[in-house]
Design a protein around this ligand. Structure first.
Ligand code: MN
Length: 424
């Protein structure tokens, strides 16, 4: 299904008076309005191929209707998101859940919808049907060289798929770890992982990067081999300039100061980018901004400050991607909500009075520093985000437009009620 632009325009027209009033109210206090709108308009977040179907728990999955049955249909769903929010112009593939059998036709379909392919993600955290050796005891860190070799070859294969799609990065997340004390020699596990990643690194094309994701635990785990940003940073540093650390917001223990991690990784040129989501307890894969929007704002505040200090382009300098799972929501609605939440936090961060904040910090004026941050955070920037979308041809309110255009009903008509997306 493709969204017809005139239908979006028609909905925008119906909402234009209210939007104009809200926009003018907030815009009056924004000194660099055009710059802010241009930056928000240029900001895009990649959609992961595995988030277009309903997710599940370890116990079950409740499929929604009209789920995409193929990679083509997943690309079409990202096309729907992009047509509505004009901020999701790429898709990130997971191999082997979404193997692009015919790269030329995938590229053509993506281009037709104004999309391109973002980072490709490898998978050595589950066994595939035709697989020779098992990942039961890990992959890149495995005690057996043959298992390590198999997982290295898989990652190199993923790079090859990515090259055909013009991707520029390989994203690696491992569930390698140990379940009980004594099971693993931590140092050997780390060194095995490093050696395996060195082989993958050597296979990277010149203009490619490898992003090393970390995560503290999986259910039943005693240790995780890439468990935190320090371990990822250590690997990325030893690998070289094409390797950096990927931050997944849900991959932190409760109370971790993620914004501080972001700040230091940026300082060291080792921040690859983000997997956005939100969480209450652990890796809950909840909608971005649904639990702790203030933390998201504080992260963006560090990002904007840190990227400006390095002259990094906000829109293209780092990898921006959602990594979430929706057990009860319509996946497309969830993704639209997530991208809106990211854009809201980014816009608020752009409104921070930096000169005043620097002065307050220098003077140890703690009260004023807090006031400056919260002045930006408490500004209702939704009309600024809507205006940026409108100027790009998107919807003032993407979720509302999705519902009014009856996209899910159309997808169910097209694909059927009992469809199950490939992937998790
Ligand atoms: Mn992730």
């Amino acid at each position: 299904m493709q969204i017809e632009k005139h239908k979006v325009d028609e909905l925008n027209h119906q909402q234009s008076n209210t939007h104009k009033r809200n926009f003018e109210y907030v815009a009056a206090d924004v000194a660099n309005l055009d710059e802010v709108l241009a930056k928000v308009g240029a900001f895009n977040v990649a959609i992961p191929s595995w988030a277009l179907g309903t997710g599940g728990t370890r116990f079950g999955r409740f499929s929604g209707g009209g789920e995409p049955r193929s990679l083509e249909e997943k690309i079409e769903d990202v096309g729907v998101i992009q047509a509505l929010n004009k901020s999701s112009n790429s898709i990130s593939l997971h191999i082997p859940w979404d193997i692009p059998e015919n790269a030329a036709s995938m590229n053509a379909l993506a281009a037709q919808l104004g999309l391109h392919f973002d980072a490709v993600n490898s998978n050595t955290f589950q066994d595939q049907k035709d697989q020779k050796l098992s990942y039961k005891f890990g992959s890149l860190h495995h005690t057996d060289k043959a298992v390590r070799q198999q997982s290295v070859e898989h990652n190199i294969q993923v790079i090859k798929y990515g090259q055909e799609l013009n991707s520029k990065a390989l994203s690696v997340w491992l569930s390698d770890g140990s379940n009980f004390p004594g099971q693993l020699n931590f140092r050997k596990a780390f060194q095995n992982t490093l050696e395996s990643l060195e082989e993958i690194y050597a296979a990277l094309p010149d203009d490619w990067k490898v992003w090393v994701e970390y995560k503290p635990y999986e259910p039943n785990f005693y240790s995780t081999t890439i468990g935190d940003w320090g371990q990822s940073y250590l690997l990325a540093s030893k690998l070289g300039p094409k390797a950096s650390t990927l931050v997944d917001l849900g991959h932190h223990l409760q109370g971790t100061n993620i914004e501080q991690i972001v700040s230091l990784l940026l300082m060291e040129d080792k921040l690859a980018g983000f997997h956005f989501n939100d969480s209450k307890y652990g890796d809950d894969d909840l909608t971005v901004g649904s639990i702790n929007p203030y933390q998201l704002f504080l992260i963006f505040n560090e990002l904007v400050e840190g990227m400006d200090a390095k002259g990094i382009n906000h829109a293209t300098g780092l990898g921006w991607m959602i990594d979430a799972s929706h057990n009860v929501k319509d996946p497309i609605e969830d993704l639209l909500q997530s991208v809106q939440a990211i854009k809201i936090a980014y816009t608020q961060a752009l409104l921070v009075d930096k000169a005043a904040l620097v002065a307050a910090q220098q003077n140890n004026d703690v009260v004023l520093a807090q006031e400056i941050l919260q002045q930006a955070y408490r500004t209702d920037v939704r009309a600024l985000v809507a205006e940026a979308s409108l100027r790009n041809g998107g919807a003032i309110n993407p979720v509302d437009a999705y519902r009014k255009l009856k996209v899910r009903e159309n997808l169910i008509n097209e694909r059927g009620l009992n469809t199950v997306a490939t992937g998790l």
